[in-house]
Design a protein around this ligand. Sequence first.
Ligand SMILES: *[C@@H]1O[C@H](CO)[C@@H](O)[C@H](O)[C@H]1NC(C)=O
Ligand SMILES: *[C@@H]1O[C@H](CO)[C@@H](O)[C@H](O)[C@H]1NC(C)=O
Ligand SMILES: *[C@@H]1O[C@H](CO)[C@@H](O)[C@H](O)[C@H]1NC(C)=O
Length: 248
Amino acid sequence: MKLSISLALVVAFTSTTVFVHGGVTTYIIDNTSYPGYVWYDPLDGQKDLIQRTWDQNPHTDPLSSNLTCNYHGTPVPGAFHAPVRAGSTIRTSWNQNSFGWVHTVGPVIAYLASCPGGDCSTIANIADISWFKIAEEGLRKGFALGGPRGLNTRTDYWDVVVPLGLKPGKYMVRHEIINLELAPVLFYPNCAQLEVQGEGESFPADNFLVKFPGAYSTSDPGIAISGKVKQDKFTKNYTVPGPKVWTG
Ligand SMILES: *[C@@H]1O[C@H](CO)[C@@H](O)[C@H](O)[C@H]1NC(C)=O
Ligand SMILES: *[C@@H]1O[C@H](CO)[C@@H](O)[C@H](O)[C@H]1NC(C)=O
Ligand SMILES: *[C@@H]1O[C@H](CO)[C@@H](O)[C@H](O)[C@H]1NC(C)=O
């Protein structure tokens, strides 16, 4: 454990010049593993995935179209929706080449969006869909940065529960890591397609719904703090950006 932490620190400190980045590489849903898009392999030949395409580079502008589902963020040929029962857990793993994940200063956040027309693959403009937050972890309100609970040490894997009451349908899931070590801030979003099943009848009210881009601004307290948190080891008043979590 100690060894891997030292390695992580070395990589973190050199990453400003080396630029090894990454994203969600695997989804495990109800014991089924769904491999992600492989950013360093040619797009040709990648098919039958739930995850949409992405680029390993982080995104710095909260108003960029890249904030929705990462660069391009398109479905691959044969893209499908992974079945998931409301109340089940989605486990994601992050990877950065073969280094695991090193950007541990900042929150991990998960959103869902209902796909109009019952098919996430055919959405004309993903900037139009409305997202609601279902989970947030890591650096968060009331937790000290610098202590183990202030870091998103969950990136080996992170379990998120699909709200039990959520009404069935096709949904896009958007996982995001925000790296607050540097200025400008670095966003790492990844999207995948789900078919939520169950008997739920709930859907979040409008005040829980946001657009990407649109949900964040560089002046949000939880984003404006980027680049300062490394020195401020005692930040206890962190506000995760975006709307409140909807639990169904
Ligand atoms: C997943 O696997 C575990 C262990 O084999 C089993 O107990 C559980 O019922 C499985 N869950 C689903 C949803 O299949
Ligand atoms: C989106 O991200 C890509 C890859 O990092 C970058 O080349 C491009 O300029 C970005 N586009 C916008 C609109 O920010
Ligand atoms: C905590 O941060 C919020 C902004 O996120 C700010 O409005 C508030 O004044 C801060 N409270 C303290 C005690 O610093």
